[in-house]
Design a protein around this ligand. Structure first.
Ligand SMILES: *Cc1c(COP(=O)(O)O)cnc(C)c1O
Length: 243
């Protein structure tokens, strides 16, 4: 087994322990492998270990990687699934709409509208999460918690998007309790949207929370999808990454 395959097994075991500690079923939390800055071979090694969902931050880098995977010998079904977890500027919405399965970082109606308009008719709706800023000031990406319900209700009605949940990227917190506290704020936003409801909200089921360093706290707070990069692929070197 490759090192990446081993790491995936270890992360899955960590997730299972976190679920057990939180009184949740192991199947309740999905694993997204964050492959940003890592090449085709790394994605392939993870896929051979059974991983199918991949997260990418840099849109052009991701699209190039998807094309490279297409050119490789086919992997057993199900197909790889690609999640955009980086910031989406207006000039990148078309690439996201045409190539990704999910976009976690929708924080403005204008971006959501473009993604819906540009989603090709032959593809299923783009799965989206609202990114919420639970711990930062105005300079940080994500909608303010107080504005999240209104944004979610508007996004949920866009014809070519399917609103699936809430995502957040809190700053690193020093210990388990502090990590839980900040993740619970994202959970509260998720609950507020679910309670408010509205047209198009019937698929709302995803809380995208937690990374390598805080996945236990995220699972404790109710995460249904953890985004793990370095715990699977190793330390990143940003020198080679395209912006
Ligand atoms: C890079 C990244 C991750 C993965 O972080 P690790 O600490 O390497 O697990 C998760 N989510 C987002 C949004 C990221 O940008």
């Amino acid at each position: 087994m490759t090192m990446i395959g081993n790491n995936i097994q270890e992360i899955r075991a960590r997730l299972a322990r976190a679920c057990a500690a939180a009184g949740r079923g192991t199947g309740e939390v999905a694993l997204l492998a964050v492959s940003k800055t890592f090449g085709l071979e790394s994605v392939y090694a993870a896929a051979e270990a059974g991983q199918r969902a991949f997260g990418e931050n840099y849109i052009q880098e991701a699209v190039d990687k998807m094309a490279a995977v297409q050119a490789m010998p086919p992997l057993p079904a199900p197909a790889l699934q690609w999640h955009c977890i980086g910031p989406i500027q207006s000039n990148k919405t078309r690439l996201v709409a045409e190539h990704f399965d999910w976009a976690h970082t929708v924080d403005r109606l204008k971006i959501a509208q473009r993604l819906s308009d540009q989603r090709p008719a032959h593809l299923p709706p783009l799965m989206v999460c609202i990114q919420v800023n639970v711990d930062g000031g105005d300079t940080k990406s994500g909608v303010a918690p107080a504005e999240a319900v209104a944004l979610a209700q508007a996004v949920a009605q866009l014809p070519r998007l399917r609103l699936r949940g809430v995502m957040s990227i809190p700053d690193p917190a020093p210990d388990f309790e502090a990590q839980c506290a900040v993740h619970r704020r994202a959970r509260a936003v998720f609950d507020a949207i679910a309670t408010a409801g509205g047209p198009g909200l019937e698929y709302f089921d995803t809380l995208s929370l937690g990374m390598t360093g805080d996945l236990e706290a995220a699972v404790h707070a109710g995460s249904t999808l953890v985004r793990v990069g370095s715990g699977i692929f190793g330390a990143r070197s940003y020198g080679a990454a395209a912006g």
